[in-house]
Design a protein around this ligand. Structure first.
Ligand code: FE2
Length: 174
C-alpha cells in the first residue's frame, strides 16, 4: 500500500494501535500477577478493564471508516512487552522489582500516549469528529494511568525501594 494520503497513514496507525492494545490485553494480567504491591496490582487490573474498552473504541473508529478492524503487528509494543517481561522473570526484593515493573508500564503508556495523540489529531484533520472524540477519551485514560503510576512510584514504591537499598547497603560497600 502506497502511503500517499493522510487517510492511509491514519488507518495504518490505527491498525498498529489495535494490535498493540491486543498485545497488552495478554500482558497486563501477567504484570498484575507479578506486582507485589496491592495498589500496583489493582492499578494493572483496572487498566486491563480500561484496555478492553480501548479495543472496543478502536473497533468503533474502524466502523466510522467503514473498515474492518484489523491489526498490524506493532513491533514497538512487542519489544516493550518483551523487555518488561525480563523484569518479571527476575528474583529480587519486592519493592525493587515493583519499581522496575512501573518503569516498564510507563514506557508502554508513553508509547500509547504518543500514538493516540497522533491518531486523534489525524481524525480531527480528516473531519472524523466522532472518532476524534473516541480517541481522545482513550488518550485521557492512558494519561490518567501514567499519572497513577507516577503517584504510586512517588508515594510508596520508590521510597520503599530506596529503603531496601539502604538496608542492603548497610553491611557492604555497594
Ligand atoms: Fe490502551
Amino acid at each position: 500500500m502506497k502511503l500517499n494520503t493522510l487517510q492511509k497513514l491514519y488507518t495504518d496507525e490505527l491498525r498498529d494501535l489495535y494490535n498493540a492494545e491486543n498485545q497488552l490485553l495478554k500482558a497486563l494480567p501477567k504484570m498484575a500477577k507479578a506486582a507485589s504491591s496491592e495498589e500496583l496490582k489493582e492499578a494493572f487490573e483496572k487498566h486491563l478493564e480500561q484496555t478492553k474498552g480501548h479495543v472496543k473504541r478502536l473497533e468503533q473508529v474502524f466502523e466510522e471508516l467503514d473498515e474492518k478492524p484489523k491489526g498490524k503487528t506493532c513491533r514497538a509494543m512487542k519489544g516493550l512487552i518483551e523487555e518488561g517481561s525480563e523484569i518479571l522473570q527476575q528474583d529480587g526484593e519486592e519493592s525493587i522489582l515493583d519499581a522496575g515493573i512501573i518503569v516498564a508500564a510507563q514506557k508502554v503508556e508513553h508509547y500509547e500516549i504518543a500514538s493516540y495523540g497522533s491518531v486523534r489529531t489525524f481524525a480531527h484533520l480528516l473531519g472524523q469528529n466522532k472518532a476524534a472524540e473516541l480517541l481522545q477519551t482513550t488518550l485521557d485514560e492512558e494519561s490518567e494511568t501514567n499519572e497513577l503510576l507516577n503517584r504510586l512510584a512517588g508515594s510508596t514504591i520508590n521510597p520503599e525501594a530506596l529503603m531496601e537499598t539502604e538496608l542492603a547497603g548497610a553491611g557492604s560497600s555497594q
